[in-house]
Design a protein. Structure first.
Length: 175
């Protein structure tokens, strides 16, 4: 499958919002591994902010957005409690957020392509590692991250207990 990853643009926002909603509808019908809730996360504002800050990247297939992620230097506060491979002020570390794949394109290599893109982009930007968090019960995502070379670091509370999401695993890929 031919997948192209590029920087998200303002005219992608409507399509990204539809992808977020389609994914949340799909998750609500089956096993909701990430624990996402339509209207709460991810939402249109996540796409708007990512485009505005120039850190949202979209994966396209035949011109249609099939996945996306945000890469920035802004860790969750709980990240500072973990013992990472090295200390950083995050100027040399990228954090993956809002990593989505359209339900029609799951298990087609979109996620792997986005992860590999995050490594390439980080290396070009002279970053030392890529970090992320994942809900502890999101088994498909955890398997993908580990297959792509991420190493488990710690389990932390990101303060999302109100949504039934108590524990998140932290992962790092040193570049």
């Amino acid at each position: 499958m031919d997948i192209v990853v590029r920087l998200g643009e303002e005219n992608d926002i409507d399509e990204l919002e539809k992808l977020y909603n389609d994914l949340n509808d799909y998750l609500a019908k089956g096993v909701n591994y990430p624990g996402w809730i339509k209207g709460i996360y991810p939402v249109r504002q996540n796409a708007i902010d990512g485009v505005k800050h120039g850190n949202l990247h979209v994966a396209t297939h035949n011109g249609k957005i099939v996945g996306a992620l945000i890469l920035n230097h802004e860790p969750e506060p709980a990240y500072y409690k973990a013992k990472w491979k090295f200390d950083s002020d995050y100027s040399d570390v990228f954090v993956i957020y809002t990593f989505v794949v359209h339900p029609n394109f799951l298990k087609c290599g979109v996620g792997k392509t986005l992860i590999e893109f995050s490594f390439e982009h980080s290396i070009k930007s002279h970053a030392k590692s890529v970090r992320l968090d994942v809900y502890e019960k999101n088994i498909p995502a955890i398997k993908l991250y580990e297959k792509c070379g991420f190493e488990y670091i710690d389990t932390v509370d990101l303060g999302l207990g109100n949504y039934g999401l108590n524990w998140f695993k932290l992962y790092e890929k040193v570049l």
